[in-house]
Design a binder for this molecule. Structure first.
Ligand SMILES: Cc1ncc(COP(=O)(O)O)c(C=O)c1O
Length: 479
């Protein structure tokens, strides 16, 4: 059971993880069982105690085990559904977007307030900060009456840029100059500015698969092509596949969410993010880091975005308040480093500047400590919703259904029985008053035809439970 292969190129800690998960899957280690102690495991497997500890901590991060003080690591109880599998897509070459019209129909569903909103990823609504923000905005208007209705500067309100820089320093010790930050109209404009800074029409952009549909729409609208890189539901971008892709295609930039992805809810282990950056330096490829979900980790361990790992890679990090505080304020940012002048030029050309009142409000929301308090109370709600949703899917969907195991954020990715057409399910669900996101829109070649993404980023009600049960019954009927 316990032997690892030291000749095998796979990291030793990964082999320990595989040993443990194989034993869990085979039923040798059951929920509630204690894992062998670090010392015993080290002795039996022949790897060092720190390596075993690294493996156990990673299993804890994946929420397969939990540590109990003074006692050790234990197998967690979990919902019965299996983890979604890494997917072999059919088109691992640059392609234009295939499912524009379906995307439009999905947005119609998202924008319809009468539907139960399982299609939209809007985590801040799980525990809205509306009252605090309202009070803050009133204070700001009383204090800065005339100024608050004027233009902001192109890079954005200095007080907000300073607060964002302080947030980076406070959460993971990164030093960012406020002048390296450009405030944008949400994360989407941050992605647009970053992409137009590093690439042009006709260029190839590497994306995770599955990935956020807004990225795909952006790449396509700018006349660029997306190429998919295999993405493991528990470890993120597969570095070996990325290297193969970089050798095979003239990739100009990668657009990845390594800190917390959408739709998989996966976070790349820190060591892999470091390797990823090394690979990008070697191939001279830029990274656009979509970090809009980074603050929404369930376990509070905020991963450090690649830009702050101290490498020479060209990285532009995109952030947003949409997922954490107020999507309607449309305030995001991009950290530009040596690209900041070009970003500022493009910002001026595209949209001049972003709303000043919202910026002043968010600066005060952060400075007062309300933002950090809000994050601390929001993430446990999201985690509870995620567990409830996984449990209901295990109860009501066919047994073959697999789900992601999100470590943060607000969405669950489901692999349904192969015969189920997610577009059909989407149409039926709209008819029943429920919005969902069909898997097709998360890949440029629309290959996730029997996958769906469900959102748990809203207050949990009987209607939410009813909608999941209804979807389960419908999937039974379609399979
Ligand atoms: C991964 C990801 N990046 C960026 C965005 C865009 O964020 P914003 O609403 O701030 O424009 C979204 C929104 O859904 C997202 O899910």
């Amino acid at each position: 059971m316990l032997n690892v292969d030291k000749q095998n190129a796979t990291f030793l800690y990964r082999q320990v993880i595989e040993l443990i998960t194989e034993n869990m899957d085979a039923g040798t280690l059951l929920p509630g069982d204690r894992l062998p102690s670090l010392r015993k495991m080290s002795k039996a497997s022949g790897v060092s105690i720190p390596t075993v500890r690294q493996a156990y901590v990673e299993l804890e991060r994946r929420r397969r085990v939990e540590s109990r003080p003074q006692s050790g690591f234990y197998v967690r109880h979990r919902a019965a559904n299996d983890i979604v599998r890494p997917i072999r897509t059919t088109a691992l070459k640059p392609v234009p977007l295939r499912c524009r019209s379906l995307m439009e129909r999905v947005y119609d569903g998202i924008n319809n307030p009468n539907l139960i909103p399982l299609g939209i990823a809007n985590p801040s609504m799980a525990k809205p900060a509306a009252k605090t923000l309202h009070r803050t905005m009133k204070r700001v208007m009383a204090r800065a009456e005339e100024r608050s209705i004027g233009y902001a500067s192109t890079l954005g309100e200095p007080a907000l840029r300073r607060q964002i820089a302080y947030h980076y320093l406070d959460t993971f010790g990164a030093q960012v100059e406020p002048d390296q930050i450009c405030i944008t109209n949400g994360g989407q404009e941050a992605l647009l500015l970053a992409l137009t800074t590093v690439a042009s029409k006709g260029d190839v952009i590497a994306v995770e698969t599955p990935t956020y549909h807004g990225m795909l729409e952006l790449i396509d609208s700018l006349g660029m092509l997306a190429v998919e890189v295999k993405t493991c539901p528990e470890e993120g971008v597969e570095i070996a596949d990325l290297e193969r892709t970089l050798l095979k295609h003239p990739v100009k930039a990668c657009m990845f969410s390594t800190t917390l992805g959408n739709p998989l809810g996966v976070s790349m282990p820190d060591v892999d993010r470091e390797r990823l950056v090394q690979v990008l330096v070697k191939h001279d490829v830029a990274l656009i880091e979509d970090d809009v979900y980074g603050d929404l980790h369930f376990d509070g361990r905020r991963p450090v975005p690649a830009q702050f790992l101290g490498s020479k890679a060209r990285v532009l990090t995109c952030g947003s308040f949409s997922k954490t505080a107020a999507s309607g304020y449309r305030i995001g940012w991009v950290v530009g480093d040596e690209d900041i002048d070009e970003i500022a030029r493009l910002k001026r050309a595209f949209s001049c500047s972003s709303g000043l009142l919202q910026q002043l409000t968010l600066a005060e929301f952060m400075a007062s400590g309300d933002f950090s308090r809000h994050l601390k109370s929001l993430t446990p709600v999201l985690q509870r919703n995620s567990e409830r949703m996984r449990a209901l899917v295990a109860e009501h969907f066919p047994a073959e259904t697999r789900t992601s195991r999100p470590v943060g954020g607000s969405v669950l990715w489901l692999e349904l029985p192969e015969k189920v057409d997610a577009e059909q399910l989407f149409d039926d669900a709209i008819g029943a008053g429920i919005s969902i996101a069909p898997g097709h829109i998360f890949s440029p070649c629309a290959c996730y035809k029997h996958f769906i993404r469900l959102s748990f980023g809203h207050p949990w009600t009987d209607k939410t439970e009813g909608a999941i049960k209804w979807l389960g019954q419908r999937v039974h009927a379609l399979k």
